[in-house]
Every structure is written in C-alpha cells, then in structure tokens.
Design a protein around this ligand. Structure first.
Ligand code: AHM
Ligand code: MG
Length: 338
C-alpha cells in the first residue's frame, strides 16, 4: 500500500473524534495508550527465548493458575502505560486479585479499563499466537475510588473493546461501538495501519472451534449439537464441518472474524463449581461486543453474554460466539433442554 493512502490508528482515532464525534479526547488517548502497550508486549513476545521471558513466573494468579513470566510482564506494561495519563479512574486485570487504583499523584479520568494482558499464555513456550484482550467501561457517576462494584456492569455498557493478536503479524482489532476495524502493526515504522474496516462475520459456516477432549463432561444439548456436526453429509445437517482449535481465544476469534466459524467453551461438568472456563469481564464481554458489532452472535448457550449482570470481577461463563446461525442453533438446543 503506498504510504500516502495509509491510515494510521492515530489518524483513524482523530477522525472518529473530530469528524464523527464518536469519541472524546480521553477515550482517544486511552485507545492510543493501550495500542502502545500492545506494541511493547508484541516486542517482548517476539523476542522469545532471547528475551529470557519464557516459562513460568513461579507464582499463581487469583484463579489459582500458574503465571507465565510474560503474563506478569504484559500486566506490568499495561499498568505502567495507563496509570499516569489522566484518562482512567481504575484498572482491573485477569492477573490481579482486586482492581488497581490510580496512584494519588496522578489525575483521574472517567473510564475503567479491564484486560487480560496475555490470553492463551499456555501457548507462549511453543511459539503459537497469544494476545491481549481489553474492554472499556465508564466509571459510575459520583464514584471517586472505584472498587470491584464499580466494574460490575453488563457488557452492553462497554464503550470500546478490542484485542491484539501476536501472530505471524501483530494485529489490533477495535470496536468503538460502530463496526469492527483491524490495524496491522508496521514493524519498521512502529505504527498500527488500518487494514480492514467494518468486518462482517458470515452468518453461516462450516467450521467449529472447541476443545473436544472435554466431551465426556458436556451437557446433553452440547453433545447433541457436536454429534450432529460430526455426522457430516449423512447426518441431520447434511454437510461436512471442519474443526480448528488453537487454544488461544484471540487466535480462534480472529480466524472467525476473518472467515467465519463458531467458537465454543461450554459449561463443563468436570468441575460443577465453575460455570465455564472463560472469564466474563476479561474475555467473554469484549469478544462478544466485537462479534456482535461484526454481525455475529454471542451467548452462554442460554442467554446473550452482553446482557449478563456480573456479580464478581473474576466470574466465569460458558461462551458460544461467531457465525450467528450456528450460535442460534446451539443456543436453541440448550433452551429446549432446560
Ligand atoms: P488463559 O486466559 O489462562 O490463557 O485461558 C484462556 C484460554 C483461551 O485463550 C483458550 O480458548 C482456552 O483457554 C483454552 O483452553 P483449553 O486449554 O482447555 O483448551
Ligand atoms: Mg486469559
């Protein structure tokens, strides 16, 4: 693409603010800062073994999961980048027990930033795509020291959501509530360049993404749906379906955004105390907003993800998202069975 026709993320955001009035200066700054942090994370991930950051950090997060060194590094990059700009009232991360307040020496803003600093981190050591997922909420009126309660807003209240996928190229996907746009990192120039506007997920698909090894723990409607897909041409669906599972939600969702598909992490009866593996605030809500903005659908198998009223910051939910006709079908099977 000749450089004169290239639209950088900075220019895109300025035009969203100035020409379309979709965002204010603080939200523009917030997105720019998150994108800058993602660039730094991309560099750290890209160094691989040479950066000395592969392997476990020897610590556990609030969910009892072992943290990778890059989980910790990415979390620190996002905190450090976002603390001082004056655009945030507080931050919350999958890797931290409680919300992170803005230090008193810095001004505070009107937004709350929620993120999974490095999703799919079990893939880091084997050089498979990982990513950062983020969601932006407004701090409730009159709250000057936001605690967990301030963050417990349904996904419909998100003012922006996005992810960066660190793959063969680094791509930032963004929605400000008016379509989904992608920006590819130009590694030589160090800037994100608009490479896709108003993405649309096809309503129908022949591809599904799920961790099949859990099949024995699934609920009956889930087994029914997958059995029908696996039956191929001679089954009730009358056609073949293909399966893909990267085990990095960012990579699986990015494929679906690019060419369609359904992503499923269902309720798993392996551990009845957990209603699903993925986290509502850090993973399900931002991805659901992106997918809906691209014409797809996102449910828990029973209800729309974005309508859920969270009761805990680290709450988990089942996730079904992507091509809307498939999400509709599997959601109907769950509702019928209830
Ligand atoms: P993480 O946030 O600890 O990386 O876990 C989330 C990841 C998702 O990216 C991915 O879809 C899923 O866990 C993979 O789970 P599994 O290992 O059961 O296949
Ligand atoms: Mg994660």
């Amino acid at each position: 693409m000749p450089s004169t026709s290239r639209v950088s993320l900075t220019r895109f955001l300025i035009e969203e603010q100035r020409d379309k009035g979709h965002i204010n200066g603080d939200l523009r700054l917030l997105i720019e800062v998150v994108a800058r942090a993602c660039k730094r994370i991309s560099i750290a991930v890209g160094k691989g073994a040479l950066g000395g950051v592969l392997g476990s950090a020897g610590t556990e997060n609030v969910q009892g999961e072992t943290q990778k060194k890059l989980d910790v590094v990415s979390n620190e990059i996002l905190l450090e980048a976002n603390e001082w700009g004056g655009h945030l009232a507080a931050l919350a991360s999958e890797e931290m027990d409680d919300p992170h307040p803005i230090p008193h020496r810095y001004p505070k803003g009107e937004y709350l930033l929620v993120f999974d600093p490095l999703d799919g981190s079990s893939n880091i050591d084997v050089n498979i795509s990982v990513g950062t997922i983020f969601s932006v909420l407004r701090c409730p009126d009159g709250v000057s020291e936001p605690d967990e309660k301030a963050f417990l807003q349904p996904g419909t209240q998100q003012v922006a959501a996005g992810y960066a996928v660190y793959g063969s190229s680094t791509v930032l996907v963004l929605t400000l509530g008016d379509g989904v746009h992608t920006f590819t990192l130009d590694r030589e120039q160090g800037s994100f360049i608009l490479t896709g506007s108003n993405l649309q997920i096809p309503a129908d698909t022949g591809e599904f993404a799920i961790n099949m090894s859990n099949i024995r723990h699934w609920e009956p409607p889930m087994r029914r749906y997958i059995d029908e897909l696996l039956a191929g041409k001679t089954g009730p669906r009358g056609r073949d379906f293909n399966m893909r599972w990267v085990a990095s939600m960012v990579a699986d969702v990015h494929r679906i955004l690019t060419r369609g598909g359904i992503f499923i992490y269902p309720r798993d009866l392996k551990d009845p105390s957990k209603p699903g593996k993925l986290r509502l605030m850090y993973e399900a809500n931002p991805m659901a907003m992106i997918v809906e903005q691209a014409g797809g659908a996102a449910t828990t198998g029973r209800e729309r993800i974005l309508d859920i009223r969270p009761d805990k910051l680290h709450q988990r939910v089942p996730v079904f998202l992507g091509s809307r006709n498939e999400v509709k079908q599997v959601t109907a099977y769950h509702r019928e069975a209830d």
